[in-house]
Ligand binder design. Structure first.
Ligand code: ATP
Length: 313
């Protein structure tokens, strides 16, 4: 017999046919996926897709109606304290004791765990070292989110759940948070994050799960999802003065706009780019804004969630 959570070779999360109903609503419909140790997985999906329901079941805070769930070798429904000590949870809105200082809160939080961080090291890790004597009520919104993150990390979790980790961050704070998540990746922490911010998933995630109406409609590396959708690349440029679109060579892609700013959606990016640059050279033209953009995760996500789920199962 294996003691839960002691087999380091087993995946961090195994979900098989997970089902959850609210009355007649099927909030999760036979969802299955596996997260390996050390992976960062982004759970994406429109509002009401079932993300919170799935995550709360994995955290052990919501019961399921069907299927099997193993998290760090535990069934989260009855993992108890040994399970809780190994996971960290960072919610979007945690309530803080406003009169406490950052240092006091961190000391209090780490004292709850056997494998605790040193509170100063923790403050350093999330970029709050210079705020240790600051009362929580005097923190900015972004600093509070960093404190949220520090509290979630207090027990050196093997698995961290992050709910919309950078919502409300300014761009610099967002990049700081992403760097921090990269550092956690370096420490071997498995992370399951929910986000509506696709660039965040593209930047951080090893694997992406897309839920829609309770069904897992896509799972894979961001690049796999992008490739699977077979979306066109975007070739954009500004026509030189005196030229109109009808003077362009016969490009294979479909064109947006008849004005000076031209966007061509093409599945033959190289051939169309060549046609265009040969045409420009023959006419002694420069196309300084010529840009070729491959389809990204956001395009794939919109394509996946905008079509009937059955088409992608
Ligand atoms: P969001 O992006 O808006 O946070 P979500 O993907 O997290 O959405 P869930 O909160 O898991 O979605 O909700 C999935 C579905 O289950 C929704 O239709 C929601 O209305 C419903 N639901 C969630 N919690 C309950 C509940 N306690 N009772 C009844 N229905 C619920």
């Amino acid at each position: 017999m294996t003691i839960p959570g002691t087999d380091t070779r087993e995946p961090a999360i195994v979900v098989t046919d997970l089902t959850r109903r609210y009355g007649t609503l099927l909030a999760l419909d036979q969802v299955s996926f596996t997260v390996e140790v050390g992976q960062i997985v982004a759970l994406l999906g429109p509002n009401g897709a079932g993300k919170t329901t799935a995550v709360e079941i994995l955290e052990g805070y919501r019961p399921r109606d069907g299927g099997q769930v193993s998290v760090l070798g535990f069934d989260p429904a009855d993992g108890g304290r040994p399970f809780r000590e190994r996971i960290g949870i960072v919610l979007q809105t945690a309530g803080f004791e406003e009169e406490f200082t950052v240092g006091e809160l961190l000391r209090l939080q780490v004292s709850l765990y056997p494998r605790r961080y040193d509170p100063d090291e923790l403050a350093e890790l999330v970029g709050l070292a210079d705020r240790r004597r600051t009362r929580v009520k005097a923190l900015s919104g972004g600093q509070r989110r960093r404190l949220d993150l520090a509290l979630g990390l207090a027990g050196r979790p093997d698995l961290l759940f992050l709910d919309e980790p950078t919502t409300g961050f300014d761009p610099a704070a967002r990049h700081h948070a992403w760097d921090l998540i990269d550092r956690l990746r370096g420490l071997g922490t498995t992370i399951l994050l929910t986000t509506h911010y696709i660039e965040e998933a593209e930047r951080l995630a090893d694997r992406v799960a897309v839920l829609r109406s309770g069904r897992l409609i896509a799972w894979g590396r961001p690049s796999e999802l992008e490739a699977r959708c077979g979306l066109p690349s975007r070739l954009s440029f500004r026509l030189p003065a005196g030229f109109t679109v009808d003077l362009l060579p016969p490009l294979s892609g479909t064109r947006d706009g008849d004005g000076a700013e031209v966007v061509v959606h093409t599945h033959q990016a190289l051939a169309d780019t060549r046609l265009l640059t040969d045409w420009a050279a023959a006419n002694h033209l420069d196309l300084p804004t010529l840009t070729l953009t491959p389809p990204g995760l956001e395009d794939a996500y919109l394509s996946l969630t905008g079509e009937p789920a059955d088409d992608h199962r």
